[in-house]
Design a protein around this ligand. Structure first.
Ligand code: AMP
Length: 223
């Protein structure tokens, strides 16, 4: 592959985009770009963009394309993205998808693959409501499905501080699912029309989804 891979993970909140993006980082050396993480960092820093985004995120709505594109462009300008990127949670609107195409075209690139993680909406509320992450390294855990091997200690980095997202409550999750179906799901058709769409059943085991996804990435990287 001569140009860096640009992979998009599509799917509703709770589909496992973040988990799988982290695994693709480990397996292929790509960089995960999560607009949700970038926005949460902006909120934590108290920047003007973060202040504007905070209330929208807490309500489960979508932050304006203008803010999201500004933070994404900034991140894509950093040197570590040269091997390839995994976009997690972006694009979420057709305006963002068009802006991404334009941004990539400027660098002589296109989207390598958009991979839709297909899941049942009903299961997503339960998946999200119990999740938490290590405050040190970001490793994801779940009250029911994946506790650290030693209670209170991160398996990956040994950290002992964990955090839960403010928007991971049942009511906000329902709003986030609505936003996904109204504004983001149509992108499945958009990328299908471009011939770069792949779909996988993402209701199974994390390890088997990782393998399926890895095979797709190997396939598109070899083209
Ligand atoms: P996530 O971590 O991807 O679940 O995103 C958390 C929240 O950040 C979302 O519910 C939105 O409010 C906001 N957000 C993240 N990415 C985007 C995006 N690409 N466009 C608009 N809002 C976003």
């Amino acid at each position: 592959m001569t140009t860096p891979a640009v992979l998009i993970l599509l799917g509703p909140p709770g589909a496992g985009k973040g988990t799988q993006a982290r695994m693709l980082e480990e397996d292929f050396g790509f960089v995960q770009l999560s607009t949700g993480d970038l926005l949460r960092a902006a909120v934590a820093s108290g920047s003007a963009a973060g202040m504007q985004a905070k209330a929208v995120m807490e309500a489960g709505g979508l932050v304006s394309d203008e803010i999201v594109l500004a933070i994404l462009k900034d991140r894509m300008g950093q040197p570590d993205v040269t091997k390839g990127i995994i976009l997690d949670g972006f694009p979420r609107t057709d305006g963002q998808a068009a802006a991404l195409d334009e941004l990539l075209a400027g660098a002589g690139q296109t989207v390598t693959a958009a991979i839709s993680l297909d899941v049942d909406d009903e299961a997503m509320v339960g998946r999200i409501a119990g999740r938490f992450t290590c405050g040190g390294c970001g490793e994801g855990y779940h009250d029911d499905f994946k506790q650290p091997a030693q209670a209170g200690v991160c398996d990956k980095c040994g950290g002992t501080g964990f955090k839960r997202r403010a928007d991971d409550n049942a009511e906000t999750v329902r709003e986030r699912l609505k936003a996904y179906h109204a504004q983001t799901a149509p992108l499945i058709t958009y990328y299908d029309a471009k011939g770069v769409l792949q779909r996988i059943d993402a209701m199974g085991e994390i390890a088997s989804i990782r393998m399926t996804l890895g095979n797709i990435v190997k396939g598109v990287s070899a083209q």
